[in-house]
Design a protein around this ligand. Structure first.
Ligand code: PNW
Length: 472
């Protein structure tokens, strides 16, 4: 009896959905196939190859542009309930604008969607996973407020062609990664370093563009198709180094998470007050005439507020936050790693399973009870099929989610493993591998082979439970 109770505790709720994810530039290849136009990652890896480990690029990547049948077969082998992938804007709309729709682009995504559905796998589609058409970048990209309309037009094309079969959507993936990555650090395509102004222009336009797509869906498609939309945030959990660091840790959370959540999910909308204050202080100290965080009008606040049907959680890791009280303006914190947290193959990534549960509890406390879907979580290793550390990672993080569901009553309805197969890990090239399947990047066939973690994930899904692993 004791064993039976223990088992049940490790069961996921009935109907819990398991999936795996990928993103267009990381897997598709076919960078100039047919009429596909250049995007900012194509341009970045070709013009600034030294930004990427081993001068690698995604020209071919996993060649999913040609090997999509095999991808679907793998999704079916795992027994996935859904597969998350993204649409390459420049493959569908070669001009970036809606004036010309690529036939081959349409065919490609129709094939993937129909192929998945034939196997009973739901497509979950991301509209934007960092691969802006270069033509739009040339016009200022995410810093040009007109992108709100360009993105809206693109979204409408996507919805009109695919929303009859796709019911779950992510508008934009991880603004933190690409706005801050591009403008605050200069390491993400297109690599424009402009931390004081560029980052915040990108932030504001991303939030408005997301809302635009959501409003278009609401007005023109929702009644017919009944889908669900939101944006996906990258959520690094911040834990105070000592209790005295709690106050600034909360400001750090607002800066890293609230900056992309408050406008959409909070009751008041707009920027988090703590972020407004930090950026205003900094701007003043630097001699700007006003805050470089562009203000929202009341209309804009209303336009963005509430544009979600669930919260999409991309979570991998955590950091400790320590106050550096040097009296300078801005957010005076240092980020550190707890000595007990194990490193991974990615420099930014240490293992702290409790972080995922704490992060979601924080979100519920700030923004209210809502449905959460884990849209990315996974482990970074080097090459190898016996990936026991990845299995360990999945077990530990999934156990924390179960605790969140059972003890805290969190409404978590789905989980997405990042990633289906090893792929182009942005500036880490092919060195950091997150896949359930290994990909042989030296063979023209890009042969895919299941790792031990694929077997683990398959059994987990089949039993809807972690109880099959007695060592837990
Ligand atoms: C996410 N960090 O990126 C992306 O959505 C994926 O495309 C990517 O492959 C995956 O996670 C693994 O990296 C991240 O520095 C990029 O904390 C950077 C960070 C986290 C996630």
């Amino acid at each position: 009896l004791v064993a039976a109770v223990a088992c049940e505790e490790l069961d996921f709720p009935p109907g819990f959905q398991f999936g795996a994810a990928s993103a267009a530039y990381q897997v598709e290849g076919g960078w100039n196939a047919s009429d596909k136009a250049e995007n900012i990652w194509d341009r970045f890896v070709h013009d600034k190859p030294h930004f990427v480990a081993d001068l690698a690029n995604g020209d071919v990547a996993c060649d999913s542009y040609h090997l999509w049948r095999r991808d679907i077969e793998m999704a079916a082998e795992l027994g996935l309930h859904f597969y998350r992938f993204s649409i390459a804007w420049s493959r569908l709309l070669p001009n970036g604008f809606a004036d010309k729709i690529s036939e081959d682009g349409l065919n490609y995504y129709n094939n993937v969607i129909d192929g998945l559905l034939e196997k009973g796998i739901q497509p979950m589609v991301t509209l934007y996973h960092w691969d802006l058409p270069q033509s739009l970048q040339d016009l200022g990209g995410w810093t040009n407020p007109l992108i709100v309309d360009w993105f809206g037009d693109y979204a409408r094309v996507v919805f009109s062609h695919f929303a009859d079969r796709v019911k779950i959507w992510i508008t934009i993936n991880e603004p933190l990664s690409f706005c801050d990555g591009t403008y605050s650090y200069g390491t993400n395509a297109p690599g424009i370093y402009d931390p004081e102004v560029g980052t915040y222009l990108c932030n504001k336009n991303v939030l408005l563009a997301h809302a635009k797509a959501y409003r278009i869906y609401d007005k023109e498609f929702r009644e017919m198709y009944q889908g669900e939309l939101t944006l996906a945030n990258h959520l690094m959990w911040y834990e105070p180094f000592t209790p005295e660091d709690e106050e600034l840790t909360e400001t750090a959370r607002q800066y890293m998470v609230g900056r992309y959540s408050h406008a959409v999910y909070s009751k008041e909308g707009g920027w988090p007050p703590a972020v407004e204050q930090v950026v205003a202080e900094l701007s003043k100290a630097k001699g700007y005439s006003e805050s470089t965080l562009p203000a929202f009008t009341d209309e804009e606040i209303e336009f963005i507020r509430g544009t979600f049907d669930y919260y999409a959680v991309n979570h991998y890791t955590s950091q400790l936050t320590r106050t550096v009280d040097d009296g300078s303006p801005g957010l005076n914190v240092e980020y550190e790693i707890h000595p007990d947290w194990k490193p991974t193959q990615s420099s930014w990534f240490y293992v702290y399973p409790e972080g995922i549960r704490k992060q979601i509890l924080w979100l519920r406390e700030r923004y209210g009870d809502m449905k959460f879907i884990i849209t990315e979580n996974g482990y970074s290793s080097s090459i190898g099929l016996q990936d026991t550390e990845r299995i360990e990672y999945y077990k530990e993080y999934l156990k924390q989610l179960l605790l969140g569901i059972k003890e805290d009553g969190l409404n978590i309805t789905g989980y997405t493993a990042w990633t289906l197969m090893d792929n182009f890990e942005w500036t880490d090239g092919y060195n950091s591998r997150f896949g359930l399947y290994e990909v042989d990047f030296s063979s023209p066939e890009r042969t895919r082979t299941p790792k031990a973690s694929a077997e683990f994930y398959k059994n987990l899904i089949r039993h809807n439970s972690l109880s099959i692993y007695d060592e837990l």
